[in-house]
Design a protein around this ligand. Sequence first.
Ligand code: HEC
Ligand code: HEC
Ligand code: HEC
Ligand code: HEC
Length: 317
Amino acid sequence: MRHSCVACLGLAVSLITTGAAAGADVAQNRTVLGVKACSDCHKNECENWEKSEHFKSFRNIGQRRAAIKGILDAVGVKTTIKTTRECTVCHFTMEADPSSTAAPAMVAKAGPSCESCHGAASGWLPIHYDYGGKDVKKDAETAEHRSKRIADCLAAGMIWSTQLHFETAVNCVRCHGMSRPDVDAGKLARMVTGGHPVNAEFEILRYYQDRIATKEWSERSPADLASIFIAGQAAKWISAKEAIAKSEDAKYKEAQVKRAANAEAVLSALKGIPEADTLLSTPSEDNARKLMEAVKGKDFYSQVSPFIKPRLSSTAH
Ligand code: HEC
Ligand code: HEC
Ligand code: HEC
Ligand code: HEC
Protein backbone atom coordinates (compact mmCIF):
# COMPACT_ATOMS: atom_id res chain seq x y z
CA MET A 1 0.00 0.00 0.00
CA ARG A 2 1.47 3.29 -1.00
CA HIS A 3 -0.28 5.94 0.94
CA SER A 4 -1.42 5.45 4.46
CA CYS A 5 -4.91 6.16 5.66
CA VAL A 6 -4.38 9.73 6.83
CA ALA A 7 -7.62 10.20 8.69
CA CYS A 8 -7.34 6.81 10.34
CA LEU A 9 -3.86 7.48 11.70
CA GLY A 10 -4.93 10.90 12.93
CA LEU A 11 -7.92 9.50 14.69
CA ALA A 12 -5.98 6.66 16.22
CA VAL A 13 -3.80 8.98 18.25
CA SER A 14 -6.54 11.43 19.10
CA LEU A 15 -8.98 8.96 20.52
CA ILE A 16 -8.99 6.07 22.86
CA THR A 17 -12.63 5.29 23.40
CA THR A 18 -14.13 3.09 25.99
CA GLY A 19 -17.25 1.29 24.82
CA ALA A 20 -19.73 3.17 26.95
CA ALA A 21 -18.25 6.60 26.40
CA ALA A 22 -18.38 7.00 22.64
CA GLY A 23 -21.17 8.08 20.29
CA ALA A 24 -24.08 5.93 21.27
CA ASP A 25 -27.24 5.23 19.35
CA VAL A 26 -29.12 5.79 22.58
CA ALA A 27 -32.14 3.57 22.02
CA GLN A 28 -29.98 0.61 21.01
CA ASN A 29 -26.97 1.52 23.10
CA ARG A 30 -24.75 1.14 20.06
CA THR A 31 -21.51 2.99 19.89
CA VAL A 32 -19.70 4.54 16.96
CA LEU A 33 -16.07 3.44 17.13
CA GLY A 34 -14.68 5.57 14.31
CA VAL A 35 -12.72 4.90 11.14
CA LYS A 36 -9.60 3.89 13.08
CA ALA A 37 -11.45 0.77 14.23
CA CYS A 38 -11.75 -0.38 10.61
CA SER A 39 -8.59 0.83 8.92
CA ASP A 40 -6.21 -2.02 9.84
CA CYS A 41 -8.33 -4.59 8.04
CA HIS A 42 -10.07 -2.51 5.36
CA LYS A 43 -7.33 -0.41 3.82
CA ASN A 44 -8.91 -0.32 0.35
CA GLU A 45 -12.28 0.86 1.60
CA CYS A 46 -10.53 3.43 3.74
CA GLU A 47 -8.60 4.77 0.75
CA ASN A 48 -11.78 4.84 -1.35
CA TRP A 49 -13.56 6.73 1.36
CA GLU A 50 -10.76 9.26 1.56
CA LYS A 51 -11.39 10.15 -2.06
CA SER A 52 -15.11 10.68 -1.48
CA GLU A 53 -17.10 13.85 -0.93
CA HIS A 54 -18.11 12.41 2.41
CA PHE A 55 -14.51 12.50 3.58
CA LYS A 56 -13.63 15.84 2.01
CA SER A 57 -16.74 17.48 3.35
CA PHE A 58 -15.30 17.50 6.88
CA ARG A 59 -12.65 19.96 5.77
CA ASN A 60 -14.60 21.78 3.08
CA ILE A 61 -18.08 22.40 4.41
CA GLY A 62 -16.84 25.26 6.60
CA GLN A 63 -16.12 27.26 3.45
CA ARG A 64 -19.86 27.48 2.78
CA ARG A 65 -20.14 30.05 5.55
CA ALA A 66 -23.03 32.11 4.15
CA ALA A 67 -25.08 29.04 3.23
CA ILE A 68 -24.52 27.50 6.65
CA LYS A 69 -25.50 30.69 8.42
CA GLY A 70 -28.71 30.97 6.39
CA ILE A 71 -29.68 27.42 7.29
CA LEU A 72 -28.77 27.75 10.98
CA ASP A 73 -30.72 31.03 11.14
CA ALA A 74 -33.72 29.30 9.59
CA VAL A 75 -33.84 26.84 12.50
CA GLY A 76 -33.15 29.66 14.92
CA VAL A 77 -29.92 28.44 16.48
CA LYS A 78 -26.75 30.34 17.27
CA THR A 79 -24.48 27.29 17.37
CA THR A 80 -22.28 25.96 14.55
CA ILE A 81 -22.90 23.17 12.04
CA LYS A 82 -20.46 20.91 13.92
CA THR A 83 -22.19 21.41 17.26
CA THR A 84 -25.86 21.44 16.25
CA ARG A 85 -27.44 18.01 16.53
CA GLU A 86 -29.92 18.82 13.75
CA CYS A 87 -26.96 19.13 11.40
CA THR A 88 -24.46 16.63 12.78
CA VAL A 89 -26.82 13.63 12.44
CA CYS A 90 -26.36 13.88 8.68
CA HIS A 91 -23.10 15.71 8.21
CA PHE A 92 -20.64 14.13 10.61
CA THR A 93 -19.35 11.09 12.43
CA MET A 94 -19.71 11.96 16.09
CA GLU A 95 -17.43 10.45 18.69
CA ALA A 96 -16.98 11.05 22.39
CA ASP A 97 -14.45 13.67 23.39
CA PRO A 98 -11.86 11.80 25.46
CA SER A 99 -10.99 14.99 27.32
CA SER A 100 -14.48 15.38 28.73
CA THR A 101 -14.89 13.75 32.11
CA ALA A 102 -18.52 13.58 33.19
CA ALA A 103 -21.15 13.06 30.50
CA PRO A 104 -19.02 12.63 27.39
CA ALA A 105 -19.31 15.51 24.95
CA MET A 106 -19.78 14.37 21.39
CA VAL A 107 -17.40 15.82 18.86
CA ALA A 108 -17.51 15.81 15.07
CA LYS A 109 -14.51 13.69 14.04
CA ALA A 110 -15.15 13.13 10.33
CA GLY A 111 -17.74 13.55 7.63
CA PRO A 112 -20.10 10.63 7.01
CA SER A 113 -17.84 7.58 7.39
CA CYS A 114 -17.84 3.78 7.63
CA GLU A 115 -20.38 3.46 10.39
CA SER A 116 -22.67 6.14 8.90
CA CYS A 117 -23.33 3.57 6.19
CA HIS A 118 -22.64 0.22 7.88
CA GLY A 119 -24.12 0.98 11.30
CA ALA A 120 -22.54 1.82 14.66
CA ALA A 121 -20.09 -1.01 15.17
CA SER A 122 -19.71 -1.69 18.89
CA GLY A 123 -22.13 -4.60 18.79
CA TRP A 124 -21.08 -6.24 15.54
CA LEU A 125 -17.37 -5.46 15.16
CA PRO A 126 -15.99 -8.50 17.00
CA ILE A 127 -18.42 -10.95 15.44
CA HIS A 128 -18.50 -9.86 11.79
CA TYR A 129 -15.15 -11.46 10.90
CA ASP A 130 -15.24 -14.34 13.38
CA TYR A 131 -15.47 -17.51 11.29
CA GLY A 132 -16.01 -19.75 14.33
CA GLY A 133 -13.09 -19.21 16.67
CA LYS A 134 -9.62 -17.74 16.59
CA ASP A 135 -8.04 -20.45 14.47
CA VAL A 136 -10.86 -20.96 12.01
CA LYS A 137 -10.10 -19.55 8.56
CA LYS A 138 -12.76 -18.30 6.15
CA ASP A 139 -12.67 -21.47 4.04
CA ALA A 140 -13.26 -23.67 7.07
CA GLU A 141 -16.38 -21.84 8.23
CA THR A 142 -19.52 -23.97 8.19
CA ALA A 143 -22.56 -22.75 6.30
CA GLU A 144 -24.56 -22.70 9.55
CA HIS A 145 -21.93 -20.57 11.23
CA ARG A 146 -21.88 -18.16 8.33
CA SER A 147 -25.67 -17.68 8.38
CA LYS A 148 -25.65 -17.23 12.12
CA ARG A 149 -22.72 -14.80 11.93
CA ILE A 150 -24.50 -12.62 9.41
CA ALA A 151 -27.82 -12.80 11.28
CA ASP A 152 -26.07 -11.84 14.55
CA CYS A 153 -24.40 -8.88 12.82
CA LEU A 154 -27.72 -7.64 11.45
CA ALA A 155 -29.33 -8.04 14.87
CA ALA A 156 -26.47 -5.96 16.30
CA GLY A 157 -27.22 -3.17 13.81
CA MET A 158 -24.86 -3.86 10.93
CA ILE A 159 -25.84 -2.95 7.39
CA TRP A 160 -24.26 -5.68 5.27
CA SER A 161 -24.31 -3.55 2.15
CA THR A 162 -23.31 -6.02 -0.52
CA GLN A 163 -26.35 -8.16 0.34
CA LEU A 164 -28.91 -5.74 1.68
CA HIS A 165 -29.57 -3.26 -1.09
CA PHE A 166 -32.81 -1.96 0.33
CA GLU A 167 -31.46 -1.42 3.86
CA THR A 168 -28.44 0.31 2.36
CA ALA A 169 -30.65 2.57 0.26
CA VAL A 170 -32.93 3.44 3.18
CA ASN A 171 -29.85 4.54 5.05
CA CYS A 172 -28.57 6.71 2.16
CA VAL A 173 -31.89 8.48 1.70
CA ARG A 174 -32.25 9.11 5.44
CA CYS A 175 -29.45 11.61 4.91
CA HIS A 176 -30.04 12.48 1.27
CA GLY A 177 -33.76 13.32 1.37
CA MET A 178 -34.11 15.87 4.18
CA SER A 179 -36.58 13.46 5.72
CA ARG A 180 -35.68 11.45 8.76
CA PRO A 181 -37.58 10.45 11.89
CA ASP A 182 -34.98 11.64 14.41
CA VAL A 183 -35.07 15.28 13.28
CA ASP A 184 -38.24 17.32 13.69
CA ALA A 185 -39.98 17.65 10.29
CA GLY A 186 -40.76 21.31 10.93
CA LYS A 187 -37.06 22.02 11.40
CA LEU A 188 -36.12 20.09 8.26
CA ALA A 189 -38.68 22.14 6.33
CA ARG A 190 -37.29 25.40 7.73
CA MET A 191 -33.77 24.35 6.69
CA VAL A 192 -34.98 23.84 3.12
CA THR A 193 -36.73 27.20 3.17
CA GLY A 194 -33.46 28.61 4.47
CA GLY A 195 -31.67 27.32 1.38
CA HIS A 196 -30.68 23.74 2.27
CA PRO A 197 -30.34 21.70 -0.95
CA VAL A 198 -32.55 18.69 -1.69
CA ASN A 199 -31.44 16.69 -4.69
CA ALA A 200 -34.59 15.06 -6.10
CA GLU A 201 -32.42 13.18 -8.59
CA PHE A 202 -30.41 11.42 -5.89
CA GLU A 203 -30.33 7.87 -7.09
CA ILE A 204 -28.28 5.31 -5.29
CA LEU A 205 -26.92 3.33 -8.22
CA ARG A 206 -25.42 6.25 -10.07
CA TYR A 207 -23.73 7.58 -6.97
CA TYR A 208 -22.86 4.16 -5.62
CA GLN A 209 -21.12 3.01 -8.75
CA ASP A 210 -18.84 5.94 -9.12
CA ARG A 211 -18.10 6.98 -5.60
CA ILE A 212 -18.65 4.08 -3.23
CA ALA A 213 -18.50 0.69 -4.78
CA THR A 214 -15.26 -1.18 -5.02
CA LYS A 215 -16.69 -3.28 -7.80
CA GLU A 216 -16.71 -1.80 -11.29
CA TRP A 217 -20.02 -1.20 -13.09
CA SER A 218 -18.91 -3.63 -15.77
CA GLU A 219 -18.44 -6.43 -13.24
CA ARG A 220 -22.10 -6.39 -12.29
CA SER A 221 -24.87 -8.22 -14.06
CA PRO A 222 -27.71 -6.10 -15.49
CA ALA A 223 -30.07 -7.88 -13.09
CA ASP A 224 -27.94 -6.77 -10.16
CA LEU A 225 -27.80 -3.19 -11.36
CA ALA A 226 -31.58 -3.18 -11.76
CA SER A 227 -32.11 -4.59 -8.30
CA ILE A 228 -29.93 -1.94 -6.63
CA PHE A 229 -31.63 0.76 -8.69
CA ILE A 230 -35.10 -0.45 -7.68
CA ALA A 231 -34.06 -0.59 -4.02
CA GLY A 232 -32.94 3.03 -4.22
CA GLN A 233 -36.17 4.19 -5.81
CA ALA A 234 -38.31 2.25 -3.34
CA ALA A 235 -36.44 3.86 -0.45
CA LYS A 236 -36.80 7.33 -2.00
CA TRP A 237 -40.52 6.81 -2.63
CA ILE A 238 -41.21 5.94 1.02
CA SER A 239 -39.08 8.72 2.40
CA ALA A 240 -40.60 11.36 0.11
CA LYS A 241 -44.18 10.29 0.87
CA GLU A 242 -43.47 10.44 4.61
CA ALA A 243 -42.03 13.90 4.23
CA ILE A 244 -44.99 15.16 2.19
CA ALA A 245 -47.37 14.03 4.92
CA LYS A 246 -45.39 15.79 7.64
CA SER A 247 -45.17 19.39 6.50
CA GLU A 248 -47.24 22.09 4.85
CA ASP A 249 -44.21 24.28 4.13
CA ALA A 250 -44.43 25.15 0.41
CA LYS A 251 -40.78 24.94 -0.57
CA TYR A 252 -40.23 21.73 1.36
CA LYS A 253 -43.35 20.15 -0.06
CA GLU A 254 -42.34 21.07 -3.58
CA ALA A 255 -38.94 19.44 -3.15
CA GLN A 256 -40.47 16.28 -1.68
CA VAL A 257 -43.13 16.06 -4.40
CA LYS A 258 -40.29 16.11 -6.95
CA ARG A 259 -38.50 13.29 -5.14
CA ALA A 260 -41.70 11.25 -5.03
CA ALA A 261 -42.44 11.81 -8.72
CA ASN A 262 -38.93 10.77 -9.62
CA ALA A 263 -39.32 7.45 -7.80
CA GLU A 264 -42.89 6.87 -8.89
CA ALA A 265 -41.93 6.93 -12.55
CA VAL A 266 -39.54 4.03 -12.04
CA LEU A 267 -41.79 1.96 -9.80
CA SER A 268 -44.66 2.41 -12.28
CA ALA A 269 -42.47 0.97 -15.03
CA LEU A 270 -42.33 -2.36 -13.19
CA LYS A 271 -45.28 -3.73 -15.11
CA GLY A 272 -46.86 -6.96 -14.02
CA ILE A 273 -45.38 -6.98 -10.51
CA PRO A 274 -48.27 -6.63 -8.06
CA GLU A 275 -45.79 -5.85 -5.25
CA ALA A 276 -44.80 -2.66 -7.10
CA ASP A 277 -48.43 -1.54 -7.32
CA THR A 278 -48.91 -2.29 -3.62
CA LEU A 279 -45.84 -0.24 -2.73
CA LEU A 280 -47.10 2.63 -4.87
CA SER A 281 -50.52 2.65 -3.23
CA THR A 282 -49.19 1.94 0.28
CA PRO A 283 -45.63 3.15 0.78
CA SER A 284 -44.07 1.18 3.63
CA GLU A 285 -40.78 -0.57 4.28
CA ASP A 286 -42.63 -3.86 4.58
CA ASN A 287 -44.10 -3.44 1.12
CA ALA A 288 -40.71 -2.44 -0.25
CA ARG A 289 -39.10 -5.59 1.19
CA LYS A 290 -41.85 -7.63 -0.48
CA LEU A 291 -41.03 -5.94 -3.77
CA MET A 292 -37.33 -6.72 -3.30
CA GLU A 293 -38.24 -10.38 -2.68
CA ALA A 294 -40.38 -10.38 -5.83
CA VAL A 295 -37.57 -9.04 -8.03
CA LYS A 296 -34.88 -11.22 -6.47
CA GLY A 297 -33.13 -13.48 -8.94
CA LYS A 298 -35.02 -11.95 -11.87
CA ASP A 299 -33.82 -9.47 -14.43
CA PHE A 300 -35.71 -6.17 -14.67
CA TYR A 301 -32.96 -4.28 -16.41
CA SER A 302 -34.91 -3.66 -19.61
CA GLN A 303 -37.85 -2.13 -17.67
CA VAL A 304 -35.74 0.26 -15.61
CA SER A 305 -32.77 0.99 -17.87
CA PRO A 306 -34.45 3.98 -19.58
CA PHE A 307 -34.35 5.68 -16.16
CA ILE A 308 -30.75 4.88 -15.34
CA LYS A 309 -28.66 7.93 -16.08
CA PRO A 310 -25.17 7.53 -17.50
CA ARG A 311 -22.23 7.22 -15.16
CA LEU A 312 -20.98 10.36 -13.52
CA SER A 313 -17.50 11.06 -14.71
CA SER A 314 -14.86 9.72 -12.39
CA THR A 315 -13.21 13.12 -12.36
CA ALA A 316 -16.21 14.48 -10.47
CA HIS A 317 -15.00 13.07 -7.14
C1 HEC B 1 -9.78 -7.55 12.44
C2 HEC B 1 -10.12 -7.22 11.08
C3 HEC B 1 -11.36 -6.39 10.82
C4 HEC B 1 -11.73 -5.19 11.39
C5 HEC B 1 -11.02 -4.43 12.51
C6 HEC B 1 -12.93 -4.76 10.70
N1 HEC B 1 -13.28 -5.69 9.77
FE1 HEC B 1 -14.87 -5.58 8.52
N2 HEC B 1 -14.45 -7.44 7.79
C7 HEC B 1 -13.33 -8.18 8.12
C8 HEC B 1 -13.35 -9.43 7.39
C9 HEC B 1 -12.31 -10.53 7.45
C10 HEC B 1 -14.56 -9.41 6.62
C11 HEC B 1 -15.09 -10.49 5.69
C12 HEC B 1 -16.11 -11.30 6.42
C13 HEC B 1 -16.63 -12.45 5.58
O1 HEC B 1 -15.79 -13.15 4.99
O2 HEC B 1 -17.84 -12.64 5.57
C14 HEC B 1 -15.21 -8.14 6.90
C15 HEC B 1 -16.41 -7.74 6.34
C16 HEC B 1 -16.95 -6.47 6.46
C17 HEC B 1 -18.13 -6.00 5.78
C18 HEC B 1 -19.04 -6.82 4.91
C19 HEC B 1 -18.56 -6.83 3.52
C20 HEC B 1 -19.50 -7.53 2.60
O3 HEC B 1 -19.12 -8.58 2.11
O4 HEC B 1 -20.58 -7.01 2.35
C21 HEC B 1 -18.31 -4.70 6.13
C22 HEC B 1 -19.41 -3.77 5.66
C23 HEC B 1 -17.27 -4.38 7.08
N3 HEC B 1 -16.46 -5.46 7.25
C24 HEC B 1 -17.14 -3.15 7.67
C25 HEC B 1 -16.25 -2.90 8.71
C26 HEC B 1 -16.25 -1.66 9.46
C27 HEC B 1 -17.17 -0.49 9.21
C28 HEC B 1 -15.26 -1.79 10.40
C29 HEC B 1 -14.89 -0.78 11.47
C30 HEC B 1 -15.97 -0.36 12.37
C31 HEC B 1 -14.66 -3.11 10.24
N4 HEC B 1 -15.29 -3.75 9.22
C32 HEC B 1 -13.61 -3.58 10.99
C33 HEC B 1 -12.33 -7.81 8.99
C34 HEC B 1 -12.36 -6.70 9.80
C1 HEC C 1 -31.33 14.93 6.70
C2 HEC C 1 -29.91 15.12 6.58
C3 HEC C 1 -29.34 16.51 6.69
C4 HEC C 1 -29.56 17.41 7.69
C5 HEC C 1 -30.45 17.24 8.91
C6 HEC C 1 -28.75 18.55 7.37
N1 HEC C 1 -28.10 18.35 6.18
FE1 HEC C 1 -26.97 19.72 5.18
N2 HEC C 1 -26.77 18.41 3.63
C7 HEC C 1 -27.21 17.11 3.62
C8 HEC C 1 -26.87 16.50 2.36
C9 HEC C 1 -27.15 15.07 1.97
C10 HEC C 1 -26.22 17.48 1.60
C11 HEC C 1 -25.73 17.36 0.17
C12 HEC C 1 -26.90 17.67 -0.70
C13 HEC C 1 -26.59 17.67 -2.17
O1 HEC C 1 -25.46 18.00 -2.54
O2 HEC C 1 -27.51 17.34 -2.92
C14 HEC C 1 -26.18 18.68 2.42
C15 HEC C 1 -25.66 19.89 2.02
C16 HEC C 1 -25.54 21.00 2.85
C17 HEC C 1 -24.93 22.24 2.45
C18 HEC C 1 -24.37 22.55 1.07
C19 HEC C 1 -22.98 22.03 1.04
C20 HEC C 1 -22.29 22.25 -0.27
O3 HEC C 1 -21.13 21.86 -0.34
O4 HEC C 1 -22.91 22.76 -1.20
C21 HEC C 1 -24.95 23.06 3.53
C22 HEC C 1 -24.40 24.48 3.62
C23 HEC C 1 -25.59 22.33 4.61
N3 HEC C 1 -25.93 21.09 4.15
C24 HEC C 1 -25.79 22.83 5.88
C25 HEC C 1 -26.55 22.20 6.86
C26 HEC C 1 -26.83 22.78 8.16
C27 HEC C 1 -26.31 24.09 8.67
C28 HEC C 1 -27.64 21.89 8.81
C29 HEC C 1 -28.26 22.00 10.18
C30 HEC C 1 -29.04 23.18 10.48
C31 HEC C 1 -27.86 20.76 7.90
N4 HEC C 1 -27.17 20.99 6.75
C32 HEC C 1 -28.67 19.68 8.17
C33 HEC C 1 -27.92 16.48 4.63
C34 HEC C 1 -28.41 17.10 5.75
C1 HEC D 1 -21.63 6.35 1.84
C2 HEC D 1 -21.78 5.05 2.43
C3 HEC D 1 -20.55 4.24 2.74
C4 HEC D 1 -19.45 4.62 3.43
C5 HEC D 1 -19.11 5.99 4.00
C6 HEC D 1 -18.63 3.43 3.56
N1 HEC D 1 -19.23 2.38 2.94
FE1 HEC D 1 -18.55 0.47 2.85
N2 HEC D 1 -19.98 0.01 1.50
C7 HEC D 1 -21.02 0.83 1.18
C8 HEC D 1 -21.81 0.17 0.16
C9 HEC D 1 -23.08 0.71 -0.46
C10 HEC D 1 -21.19 -1.07 -0.11
C11 HEC D 1 -21.62 -2.13 -1.11
C12 HEC D 1 -20.86 -1.85 -2.37
C13 HEC D 1 -21.10 -2.83 -3.44
O1 HEC D 1 -21.98 -3.69 -3.34
O2 HEC D 1 -20.36 -2.72 -4.39
C14 HEC D 1 -20.03 -1.15 0.77
C15 HEC D 1 -19.15 -2.21 0.83
C16 HEC D 1 -18.19 -2.35 1.82
C17 HEC D 1 -17.40 -3.54 2.05
C18 HEC D 1 -17.49 -4.81 1.24
C19 HEC D 1 -16.26 -4.99 0.40
C20 HEC D 1 -16.49 -4.92 -1.03
O3 HEC D 1 -15.67 -4.23 -1.64
O4 HEC D 1 -17.42 -5.53 -1.56
C21 HEC D 1 -16.58 -3.30 3.11
C22 HEC D 1 -15.58 -4.25 3.74
C23 HEC D 1 -16.84 -1.93 3.53
N3 HEC D 1 -17.81 -1.39 2.73
C24 HEC D 1 -16.19 -1.30 4.56
C25 HEC D 1 -16.21 0.09 4.74
C26 HEC D 1 -15.27 0.83 5.56
C27 HEC D 1 -14.18 0.22 6.40
C28 HEC D 1 -15.58 2.15 5.43
C29 HEC D 1 -14.89 3.36 6.02
C30 HEC D 1 -13.51 3.57 5.62
C31 HEC D 1 -16.76 2.22 4.55
N4 HEC D 1 -17.08 0.96 4.15
C32 HEC D 1 -17.42 3.40 4.21
C33 HEC D 1 -21.30 2.06 1.70
C34 HEC D 1 -20.40 2.82 2.42
C1 HEC E 1 -24.92 10.16 7.61
C2 HEC E 1 -25.53 10.77 6.47
C3 HEC E 1 -25.19 10.27 5.09
C4 HEC E 1 -25.31 8.99 4.62
C5 HEC E 1 -25.76 7.75 5.35
C6 HEC E 1 -24.96 9.05 3.22
N1 HEC E 1 -24.61 10.32 2.87
FE1 HEC E 1 -23.93 10.94 1.05
N2 HEC E 1 -23.64 12.81 1.80
C7 HEC E 1 -23.98 13.24 3.06
C8 HEC E 1 -23.70 14.64 3.18
C9 HEC E 1 -23.94 15.49 4.42
C10 HEC E 1 -23.16 15.06 1.96
C11 HEC E 1 -22.76 16.49 1.57
C12 HEC E 1 -21.32 16.73 1.80
C13 HEC E 1 -20.96 18.17 1.41
O1 HEC E 1 -21.42 18.66 0.37
O2 HEC E 1 -20.20 18.77 2.15
C14 HEC E 1 -23.11 13.87 1.10
C15 HEC E 1 -22.62 13.85 -0.20
C16 HEC E 1 -22.70 12.77 -1.04
C17 HEC E 1 -22.22 12.77 -2.40
C18 HEC E 1 -21.54 13.93 -3.09
C19 HEC E 1 -22.51 15.02 -3.37
C20 HEC E 1 -23.36 14.72 -4.55
O3 HEC E 1 -24.60 14.73 -4.37
O4 HEC E 1 -22.81 14.46 -5.62
C21 HEC E 1 -22.55 11.54 -2.92
C22 HEC E 1 -22.26 11.05 -4.32
C23 HEC E 1 -23.19 10.77 -1.89
N3 HEC E 1 -23.25 11.54 -0.75
C24 HEC E 1 -23.69 9.48 -2.04
C25 HEC E 1 -24.20 8.69 -1.00
C26 HEC E 1 -24.65 7.31 -1.14
C27 HEC E 1 -24.74 6.55 -2.42
C28 HEC E 1 -24.99 6.89 0.12
C29 HEC E 1 -25.45 5.52 0.55
C30 HEC E 1 -24.67 4.39 0.07
C31 HEC E 1 -24.77 7.99 1.02
N4 HEC E 1 -24.30 9.07 0.31
C32 HEC E 1 -25.02 7.95 2.37
C33 HEC E 1 -24.53 12.47 4.05
C34 HEC E 1 -24.74 11.10 3.99
